[in-house]
Design a protein around this ligand. Structure first.
Ligand code: FAD
Length: 571
């Protein structure tokens, strides 16, 4: 059942307690309750569902009732700016508010995870069945002929999350595709970026259903399981810490979960007979571990928390993708800019979507994505990617003005080419600001804090400019907007990058896996918190390195394997 208050629960003891009904948490909840002998409680801080119109993602965050409204520390690499850092705080977590791009990363990304952890189970070949297990490839909402835009046999066809191609053609689609014909060396066409070999320009794939709704972990994994009698879901309740009631095999056994509905409300506790599974995401999972006395002794002592388990890497190695929107004025009146400026038009389009499921509101922002290596003449540059099949940079062409940093100009129509450092060197951290679980943690994603990442970002901007040299953009692109136009030297481009970069909202690594014997890292390859009993982490914080991809498909796949690892221990 679904409960809104801990006092409503019929019991205070479950086999498994899942903290966070987010992307990963709902996979765990669904798969564990397939075993009718297991009882599972999921505790979620946020509220229940929302409207599911795909493009409205940009109105879901930051600073809404659906998000943790975090702000980063002043980012040195961003010329001292602090930026909004939203995470989903709702059933489905960030899968309910994200931009729905569906990418699996490369073979090398997964194989690196296997190498670093010493567990072949994380390799591409062994994870592919789990990646497919989440997917159900469906027709795009407008049911056009998608042949040549995706390779259906590479995909899953019976999984819970519906995957489709973009449902609204834009005027730049053909221009992007013509670029691949004119410059196939630098911008080859890739018939499906989710084959394990993502490099090139390919059609975007999205977690959007065939009837033009968002497919989230709430709609795909949680709702279908809600009627199971062995599953309870408690919302609007924040877990405040985990407590160890006993020692097992010489290690503290974290079986008690403490929670509250607000900082002033009473604390409740529930206990897990088998395991507690932390699925609170890359910001809140390290926060909860530290609140529970698991972390670096000095850092814990500064906020007055007694250390129970020494794990210096908790909250460290936070890694994210820096995201920079570059803009050009274009000769068109068909870009999405008129929707952003005209509320009457936006309302009409929303009505069109509600009635027909069609229209411009199905434009995900980007219909194609470029995953690229740096050009040959930059080959001497240091490389943090997982290997030759992994992207170093990503480009996202958008038919309109997109930015998380600048407001849309009052007039004009625009092209945006977002440039992203997909395999960054920079690292940051999540630490406690106090021992109060209701205080925001200190979030420092360290965006562009390593100078090489700034150099790579400049190469990404220049690569986007080379893309626009194709004849298909002639007569359409007029000129770069003023800040980009003024950045006429590499040094100025570096400064421009620091002034306008923000986040792709992809934090990972803050509770990373390492090999079983390694003294660093936070988790064993089977996702147990090292030095503890009864406690695992399953969410974006587990990745030892950031995959060169949008992360949700990778998180779902990790959670599918994690569910099998847990079942194997208890069935
Ligand atoms: C704005 C935005 C856009 C994005 N766009 C894309 C995209 O287009 N494509 C893509 O692949 N990825 C995208 N991502 C990234 C992707 O959505 C995330 O990497 C992924 O969803 C993370 O999953 P998770 O399970 O780690 O955490 P989440 O899905 O965030 O789940 C964590 C859950 O735990 C809950 N929680 C946290 N703390 C507590 C607590 N103390 N007590 C109880 N509950 C708690 C949260 O409320 C949340 O529901 C985007 C992310 C954001 C924020």
């Amino acid at each position: 059942g679904l409960y809104t208050n801990p006092g409503q629960l019929a019991t205070t003891e479950y086999d498994f307690i899942v903290v966070g009904a987010g992307t990963a948490g709902n996979v765990i909840a669904n798969r564990l309750t397939e075993e009718s002998s297991f009882t599972v409680l999921v505790i979620e801080a946020g509220i229940s569902s929302v409207s599911m119109c795909p493009i409205l993602s940009t109105t879901f965050s930051p600073n809404t009732s659906l998000t943790w409204n975090y702000t980063t520390t002043a980012q040195e690499g961003l010329n001292g700016r602090a930026i909004p850092y939203p995470r989903g705080r709702v059933l489905g977590g960030s899968s309910t508010i994200n931009f729905q791009i569906w990418t699996r990363a490369s073979r090398d990304d997964w194989d690196r995870m296997a190498n670093v952890t010493g567990d072949i189970g994380w390799s591409w070949d062994q994870m592919l069945p789990y990646i497919k297990k989440t997917e159900h490839l469906v027709q795009p909402p407008d049911h056009y002929n998608t042949s040549g835009e995706i390779i259906p046999f590479l995909h899953g066809h019976i999984g819970p999350v519906q995957i489709s191609l973009p449902g609204f053609p834009t005027e730049i689609d053909q221009r992007v595709l013509n670029t691949t014909q004119q410059f196939p060396g630098e911008f080859p066409f890739n018939p499906d970026m989710n084959s394990g070999y993502p490099l090139g320009i390919a059609w975007a794939q999205l977690s959007v259903t065939t009837d033009s709704r968002r497919s989230s972990s709430a709609t795909a994994y949680l709702e279908p399981a809600l009627n199971r009698t062995n599953l309870d879901v408690l919302i609007t309740t924040q877990v405040t810490k985990l407590v160890s009631s006993k020692t097992v095999d010489g290690m503290p056994h974290f079986d008690i979960v403490e929670m509250a509905q607000s900082s002033t409300n009473a604390r409740f506790t529930v206990s897990a007979k088998r395991e507690v599974i932390l699925c609170a995401g890359a910001v809140n999972t390290p926060q909860l571990l530290q609140l529970s006395g698991i972390g670096n002794e000095t850092l814990l002592r500064t906020v007055g928390i007694e250390m129970l388990v020494e794990l210096d890497d908790v909250g460290q190695h936070l890694t994210d993708h820096p995201f920079l929107a570059n803009h050009w004025l274009v000769n068109s009146t068909n870009t999405s800019d008129s929707i952003a400026r005209n509320t009457t038009l936006a309302t009409e389009l929303l009505q069109e979507w509600e009635v027909t499921g069609m229209g411009r509101l199905l434009d995900p922002g980007t219909n194609q994505i470029a995953w690229l290596r740096l050009p040959q003449d930059d080959a001497q540059m240091e490389d943090a990617s997982a290997g030759p099949t992994a992207a170093q940079i990503e480009l996202l062409p958008v038919d309109g003005f997109a930015s998380f940093v600048e407001p849309i100009p009052a007039t004009g129509n625009f092209l945006t080419i977002v440039s992203v450092v997909s395999s960054p060197f920079s690292r940051g951290s999540v630490t406690l600001s106090s021992s109060d679980p209701f205080d925001d943690p200190v979030i420092d994603p360290g965006l562009l804090s390593d100078e090489t990442d700034i150099e790579i970002m400049v190469q990404a901007i220049k690569t986007g400019m080379r893309m626009l040299n194709a004849t298909s953009w002639r007569g359409f692109v007029i000129e770069p907007t003023s800040s980009l136009a003024a950045a006429t030297t590499t040094a100025k481009l570096m400064d421009y990058a620091c002034n306008f970069t923000s986040t792709e909202f992809h934090p990972v690594g803050s509770a990373r896996m390492s090999s079983a014997s390694s003294r660093s890292g936070v988790l064993t390859p089977s996702l147990h918190v090292k030095g503890t009993s009864g406690l695992r982490v399953v969410d974006a914080s587990v990745f030892p390195f950031i995959p060169a991809a949008h992360l949700q498909a990778c998180v779902y796949a990790v959670a599918e394997r994690a569910a099998d690892l847990i079942k194997a221990d208890w069935v």
